[in-house]
Design a binder for this molecule. Sequence first.
Ligand SMILES: C[S@@+](CC[C@H](N)C(=O)[O-])C[C@H]1O[C@@H](n2cnc3c(N)ncnc32)[C@H](O)[C@@H]1O
Length: 262
Amino acid sequence: MTLLRDHDLARAFDHASRTYDRLTALNPGYRTDLLRSARRLRLPDDGAGLHVLDLGCGTGASTRALLRAAPRARITAVDASGGMLRQALAKPWPDRVRFLHLSAEELPTAGEGPFDAVFAAYLFRNVTGPDAVLHSVRTLLKPGGRLAVHEYSLGGSPAQRALWTAVCHGFVIPAGTLTGDRALYRHLWHSVLDFDAVPDFTGRLTRAGFPDARRALPLAGWQTGITHTFVARNGPVPAAAGPARQSFAGTAAAPVPTVEAG
Ligand SMILES: C[S@@+](CC[C@H](N)C(=O)[O-])C[C@H]1O[C@@H](n2cnc3c(N)ncnc32)[C@H](O)[C@@H]1O
């Protein structure tokens, strides 16, 4: 199966956005695991004085986790899907949280940052060029800045692949078919099977310039061995990023303006 990418993926998330929160609420631990990963950033002093990026914020579940982990931080939350952002914006947020309709690829040239920390939950499996996005993240992070990637990344055992396939066929794809989002949830199934196993993604982080990215932390419940938190710190600052690889935000749906949530 060809995975959904860029415009097609943003359009699929636009459509799924109306039911996304209800479907993820059926996944035991979805929100508590996000909170666990956000806390693994170990931001000091409740995040006071820090600026944190939520990359691929979706409907705001990961943003909410960041806010709970660092209630005094300033948070910029970014997503390529206007539909997902609209769902996020419909929720109440404090003034120090704002949402931007931008892709991860566009962000380095959008004049945002630098950030003290970046949280990316369920993003990297979805991007066309994970190495390029990791490079961008490095240019957006302060030296020594913290990164937490929360992602489906199978440990490599056949049992984990079989469990993932069983969950997708038994529940995820049928539920997604009912909401009219079969293509997106089949993409979810395949993108996890195709994505890096744990050692591959830690190696990718190390090569990208996160020198201490040596291990992935497990999560609880049925997702043990399937979903992980990768935590790392930025190494020395790389050269500034070039122009965004591809500009597509705003074309997938009516553009969502930059909004300071209040
Ligand atoms: C599975 S959702 C996760 C949303 C949220 N982080 C959460 O934990 O609930 C993935 C999100 O990543 C966004 N996304 C995918 N590719 C992206 C890209 N290249 N740049 C920005 N956002 C992207 C999608 O639009 C979608 O909202």
